[in-house]
Design a protein around this ligand. Structure first.
Ligand SMILES: Nc1nc2c([nH]c(=O)n2[C@H]2C[C@H](O)[C@@H](COP(=O)(O)OP(=O)(O)OP(=O)(O)O)O2)c(=O)[nH]1
Length: 148
């Protein structure tokens, strides 16, 4: 989009498929972007951060959870909105497990999320956040996916 190339420049997001048994951690968004949809924990990459650091930091800030075995899965290119508030996010998708399998998620940013819960990958809640919905529709599976 033409505006000098800055304000509408694509952003880098880092999202985390946190796996526990056959389940994945999702929360219902309260943000204007994707309001009421179920999404992965995640945020924007900050200056100097590695993908792994960003994944761990966002997870801790949003859920209080400590994660382990953080690895890169894939990348998605998402034009999330075009008109009123243009948003184009390149999402780096990571996978992780709980450092302590007994740790429970807390809703530490209640203005951004209704709460976190574990959902069976084969019985995901609806509606999913657009970028996640697209991955699921294309057959992406974070349990079996091997990054190249
Ligand atoms: N949270 C989340 N973000 C996603 C997903 N898929 C996807 O493309 N994104 C993109 C869109 C968001 O603009 C971006 C970062 O997530 P966010 O909207 O939750 O960011 P945030 O306000 O908490 O970020 P921050 O600025 O506090 O770091 O990643 C997903 O499943 N969950």
């Amino acid at each position: 989009m033409e505006n000098g190339g800055v304000a509408f420049a694509p952003k880098v997001g880092v999202v985390v498929f946190l796996l526990k048994g056959d389940k994945v951690l999702l929360g219902r968004r309260r943000s204007h972007v994707g309001y009421n949809t179920f999404a992965l924990p995640g945020g924007h990459l900050e200056f100097g951060e590695s993908f792994e650091e960003c994944a761990a930091t966002e997870m801790k800030e949003e859920t209080g959870l400590d994660i382990d075995k953080i690895d890169y899965l894939t990348v998605t290119n998402n034009v999330i909105s075009r008109e009123a508030k243009p948003l184009h996010v390149v999402a780096i998708c990571m996978r992780a497990v709980l450092a302590d399998p007994n740790q429970m998620p807390q809703n530490l940013e209640p203005d951004k999320c209704d709460g976190w819960d574990w959902y069976d990958w084969n019985d995901l809640p609806k509606p999913l956040f657009g970028p996640l919905e697209t991955m699921v529709r294309r057959g992406f599976n974070p349990f079996s996916y091997q990054s190249k």
